[in-house]
Write a protein that binds this ligand. Structure first.
Ligand code: SAM
Length: 388
């Protein structure tokens, strides 16, 4: 379906999206994913901090979970009735309709601020299903997507989420679960993984590509620090057909070339070039739809003092600024640069990032997002610059 076919007058349904670890980033990714496809969506409740989104979207639109790295599962919900016994009834009605040969395998998650009430309801539901041979996956705030897939819940039975917002109760059935193994295979399965320069997780690459909000699959999508080609690989999987990767290191170009061939990307869909990112604009004859990139983030030094960090940031600033200067004149109006910046903490726990000045380049900066794993001494800050 083309974006313009999804109009304000279409029939609507409530969809839920269960978000990954960085909730703000994952929620913004869903917004950007829908926006770039022209989907007219309405946020029903402010629930990002609770780890999910409830959106009203046209029924014609079906999300593709393999294109939304920050969503763990999504599904369709209906409005139920409030009150413990009514919710229980509604859930039981769905569950009993899924019984096959007296067998039922199901997952049930209650997204409620009162976990005690939830546990009580769970026990009740189990009791009411005692006539059947029931396999029940215990409630936690989130059933891991790995568990869901291992038990093939979506294919063979059902996974229910209940979202309680005062009197508004939504009973959701999962439609798709993130294929964690497929992401791992695309990451560790590649022929060339230069661990020394750092590899970005494919899920993060997808989130950043969605944040770029490119709605034309033939607009040029550029990664000027392409490393091993993660951004290009994921962008192609998401449908983009005009990709360009460049890197100062010829080895990175070789890695990317091998990896994209392994990924069976047709050569006409991408171009690779060995080039310093500060000069990349000169190599591009036309316009750039978006830049999505994780540049060199500097050395991973623990316990660096503020002088050392200032020195690293100065060095990185000059490369980042040079790249942004070089691409900014070629960016189409509203074209975005979505870029990872490293945020370091010094021995006094002061944090800082490389500085770039985008004021005179016709770029505005949009809100940024943190991507951080416990134990890492550099946090990734996803910054977004948009051409006015
Ligand atoms: C963190 S890696 C990119 C990782 C990549 N996103 C991936 O997942 O494979 C950074 C890359 O920047 C390249 N690089 C460093 N300085 C550069 C410069 N001035 N111009 C272009 N590339 C540069 C390095 O060779 C390295 O391949």
């Amino acid at each position: 379906m083309r974006p313009q076919d999804i109009t304000k007058h279409s029939e609507r349904q409530v969809c839920f999206f269960i978000l990954g670890r960085e909730k703000e980033l994952c929620a913004q990714e869903v917004h950007s994913y829908l926006t770039r496809q022209g989907v007219d969506f309405v946020v029903l409740h402010d629930t990002t901090s609770l780890g999910y989104l409830l959106l009203s979207i046209p029924t014609e639109f079906t999300p593709h979970i393999e294109h939304v790295g920050g969503t763990i599962k999504w599904g369709v919900a209906t409005l139920g009735q409030s009150g413990k016994s009514q919710i229980k009834k509604d859930v039981l009605r769905i569950l009993t309709s899924c019984v096959v040969d007296d067998n039922l395998t199901f997952g049930l998650t209650l997204w409620d601020k009162a976990p005690k009430a939830s546990d009580f309801m769970m026990r009740d539901i189990k009791k009411d299903l005692s006539d059947y041979s029931v396999r029940f996956l215990p409630s936690s705030k989130l059933i891991s997507s790995r568990t869901l897939r291992k038990n093939k819940l979506i294919e063979s039975s059902t996974d229910i989420s209940v979202f309680i917002h005062g009197d508004n109760v939504y009973i959701g059935q999962t439609k798709e679960v993130q294929d964690v193994d497929a992401y791992t295979a695309r990451d560790v399965g590649r022929p060339d993984r230069p661990l020394s320069t750092g590899i970005m997780p494919p899920k993060l690459a997808q989130m950043m590509i969605n944040l770029a909000q490119v709605n034309n699959f033939h607009a040029l999508l550029l990664d000027p620090f392409c490393g091993s080609g993660t951004v290009l690989q994921e962008a192609h999987l998401m449908g983009y057909k005009n990709l360009m990767g460049s890197d100062a290191d010829h080895k990175a170009i070789d890695y990317t070339s091998k990896n994209l061939a392994w990924f069976k990307i047709p050569p006409e869909d991408f171009k690779l070039s060995q080039c310093d990112a500060r000069k990349i604009g000169e190599k591009i004859p036309g316009t750039i739809g978006a830049v999505v990139t994780e540049p060199y983030l500097g050395p991973h030094r623990e316990h660096a003092d503020s002088y050392e960090i200032a020195r690293i940031n100065d060095e990185l600033s000059s490369v980042y600024q040079g790249m942004i200067n070089s691409v900014s004149t070629k960016l189409i109006p509203h074209g975005r640069i979505v870029m990872v910046f490293p945020r370091r903490s010094d021995t006094n726990r002061h944090t800082s990032m490389p500085f770039v000045n985008t004021k005179n380049l016709g770029l505005i900066e949009l809100p940024s997002f943190i991507h951080y794993r416990e134990g890492q001494n550099i946090a990734r800050v996803i910054r977004i610059f948009e051409k006015v």
